[in-house]
Design a protein around this ligand. Structure first.
Ligand code: ATP
Length: 259
């Protein structure tokens, strides 16, 4: 593994009974890059993402993060190592404010235990102030600073999706895994998302992005890997990949490659 490599996925395979959704996929993410994984409906993107993120155990293959074998490691342990993922909106607490949603997630990474929380000692108070400041910084980063005290259920769809990202970056990851962040977004929200993802990378966070929307992938990724029927069929710079005959063939008849 080169010293620039932050994530190395080797021979990753996931079978559900007789159906192999991910077939021996190799992939690396270099530190500081935005890598996109695309593919048509049912190609295996979500399964691939969930296996890397520790939400599904692989059938075979390995996932190494910063040189550590973290194959099948639970998401909370991965977060402590520096790799966080976004969850779908369903994981938000609807009746909690945006900032309390971020705080709730941040508590998982706190150093002081429950005893300190009961005693409300100095260490606990210091950490409370840190959590508040970090949560607000994360919200401001995704342009939700002014909506911090609005309940998650009252946020617009696009705002809820940005809140998911705030929750993931509040943990201060070195690698962020984004699960179809543009799903359901209108073009304006998609454009906003693209600049936000670039800003996150400019903070020094590497990004693996699984995404269906070609426009978002083209606008933001340094490199793209294409999955079809669970196999990686192409990999390279976005413009090279969309002109790859294999990719054109896979997308033809299903959706426009440049859409
Ligand atoms: N838990 C599961 N049990 C059985 N089959 C599954 C399961 N999850 C996914 N599959 C199957 O694995 C294949 C890949 O699905 P997956 O959701 O990973 O694709 P995808 O590329 O993310 O698709 P989409 O873009 O539509 O979300 C599909 O044939 C799907 O039906």
């Amino acid at each position: 593994m080169s010293k620039e490599t932050i994530l190395e996925v080797s021979g990753l395979t996931k079978a559900f009974g007789g159906l192999t959704a991910v077939k021996a996929v190799d992939l690396t993410v270099q530190r500081g890059e935005i890598l996109g994984v695309i593919g048509p409906n049912g190609a295996g993107k979500t399964t691939f993402f969930n296996v890397i993120a520790g939400s599904l155990p692989p059938t075979s293959g390995s996932v190494r993060f910063k040189g550590n074998d973290c194959t099948g490691m639970r998401a909370d342990r991965m977060a402590r190592l520096g790799m966080t993922r976004t969850f779908q909106i369903t994981s938000l607490f609807p009746a909690l404010s945006a900032i309390d949603n971020v705080r709730a997630a941040t508590y998982r990474h706190k150093k002081t235990g429950w005893a300190a929380a009961i005693l409300r000692n100095r260490a606990w108070q210091d950490e409370e102030a840190d959590v508040d400041a970090e949560a607000m910084r994360a919200l401001e980063f995704v342009d939700l600073g002014k909506r911090a005290h609005v309940n998650a259920e009252a946020l617009s769809y696009g705002e809820q999706r940005r809140l998911e990202i705030a929750i993931a970056i509040a943990a201060k990851p070195e690698l962020l895994l984004l699960d179809e962040p543009a799903a359901g977004m209108n073009p304006e929200e998609g454009q906003r998302l693209v600049s936000m993802i670039k800003r996150i990378r400019d903070e020094g966070i590497s990004i693996l992005l699984v995404e269906h929307h070609m426009r978002v992938v083209m606008g933001v990724c340094d490199r793209v890997a294409v999955i079809d029927h669970g196999e990686k069929i192409a990999e390279g710079k976005p413009l090279d990949v969309v002109n790859d005959p294999n990719v054109v063939r896979v997308y033809l008849g299903r959706e426009a490659v440049h859409a």
